[in-house]
Design a protein around this ligand. Structure first.
Ligand SMILES: Cc1ncc(COP(=O)(O)O)c(C=O)c1O
Length: 381
């Protein structure tokens, strides 16, 4: 006799899981992460993904990239921090600068990274708290004291923490001095596309200095520590690149070998997943256009918040806050004192760095009025 089955009715599909199954089955091309399912989890090579490296190089150097074939080498390190660190470790050993010049103020890690590399750190004045602009005279005077083969750190755009960048004319002044004093420039490029929404415009200084290095035989060289954390929103994926225009006393192969030896001993090889996201986006015309549009949306939103904050602060304090609007990028150096900052935190639950640096990304239509009110209150006494 055949088996007897109970006549069970088939339960309808669970709505939520059914929806997920439908999503999984949807072949729409905009599902970029879906495409990454094919990503392997094998190690990348020590230098990283060659495809990613070439794309990263094009993003930062634009049309100048084609002239960097025989004189440069690029590595995919552990994001922007890793790129700064790799540059410092390499240059400390093979350029032997007597000093590295970092901006005052700057991203807090510059000092630690170079101190750990064993290079003596000197500061150049970057920002005037009186004019709320670049202290170009102080900067040029300090760099004039540098010796040949000293290193100078320049932030490519959207300076952290001041939000104040050099004008094109000021960049040219620094480039002239650099060439005359034979200084090796390390460009820290953590916000390309975030300053203005224009990927090429934000790389103007890097490309200008690179032209200079290529044009002048006596120029010691240049490197760019590039981060994709901010402009791709890939903070925890650690995506970045180091591009080195090799100092003329070294061979390109030798320099690359040394960089790879450092990497092998420190972390062996870089993470793959974030770099494959960047590759997927930059290699697809539509996704790339969407990324550029997103950068424009982000930077426009920040500019709108600056304008709104300025107007509200001027109403609250009867003071001029024009600089909040002219500063650029994610940060505003408000000029608030450490004491005012701690009152903002303790009494109003508004969080700024003790230096008075405010992140514009934290502002929105729902809280900008309250933040301006809180700042007004702590400025009263
Ligand atoms: C000026 C500057 N350089 C480098 C970095 C490092 O970025 P990441 O290591 O996340 O790529 C940052 C991040 O805040 C930065 O502001």
């Amino acid at each position: 006799m055949g088996k007897q089955y109970l006549d069970l009715s088939i339960a309808p599909a669970d709505t939520a899981f059914g929806l997920m199954a439908e999503f999984d089955a949807d072949p729409h091309p905009s599902k970029a992460k879906e495409r990454l399912r094919e990503t392997t989890h094998e190690y990348l090579g020590i230098a990283g993904s060659p495809t990613f490296i070439n794309l990263a190089k094009d993003i930062v150097f634009g049309s100048v990239a084609s002239r960097l074939q025989d004189n440069s080498t690029s590595i995919q390190p552990v994001s922007g921090t890793g790129a700064n660190h790799l540059a410092a470790t390499f240059l400390a050993c093979h350029l032997r600068p007597s000093h590295v010049f970092i901006p005052a103020p700057t991203w807090i890690n510059h000092k630690s990274i170079w101190e750990m590399a064993g290079v003596s750190v000197a500061e150049y004045s970057y920002y005037s708290s009186v004019t709320k602009e670049v202290d170009i005279v102080g900067m040029l005077n300090a760099l004039d004291c540098a010796e040949p083969n000293d290193v100078v750190i320049l932030q490519a755009c959207a300076h952290n923490p001041t939000g104040v960048d050099l004008s094109k004319y000021q960049w040219m002044q620094v480039a002239d001095l650099d060439r005359r004093k034979k200084l090796f420039v390390v460009f820290d490029s953590a916000y390309q596309g975030f300053a203005t929404g224009d990927v090429d415009g934000d790389a103007w200084a890097v490309r200008q200095f690179t032209e200079d290095v290529l044009a002048f035989e006596t120029h010691p060289g240049l490197c760019v520590a590039q981060s994709f954390s901010k402009n791709f929103g890939l903070y925890s994926e650690r995506v970045g690149a180091l591009h080195l225009i090799v100092p003329r006393h070294l061979s390109v192969q030798g320099a690359r070998g040394e960089l790879m030896a450092i990497v092998r001993a420190e972390y062996s090889n870089p993470p793959r997943f974030g770099a494959s996201i960047v590759e997927t986006i930059l290699l697809d015309q539509d996704l790339r256009a969407q990324w550029e549009a997103d950068l424009d949306t982000m930077s426009s939103r920040i500019r709108r918040m600056r304008c709104e904050l300025r107007q509200r602060l001027e109403k609250e304090t009867q003071q001029d806050w024009a600089y909040v609007e002219t500063q650029i990028g994610m940060f505003s150096y408000t000029g608030l004192t450490c004491e005012q900052v701690s009152r903002l935190r303790n009494e109003f639950h508004v969080y700024l760095l003790p230096s008075g640096r405010l992140s514009l990304c934290g502002l929105n239509d729902g809280n900008v009025k309250y933040v301006a009110y809180a700042i007004g209150e702590v400025m009263k006494t």
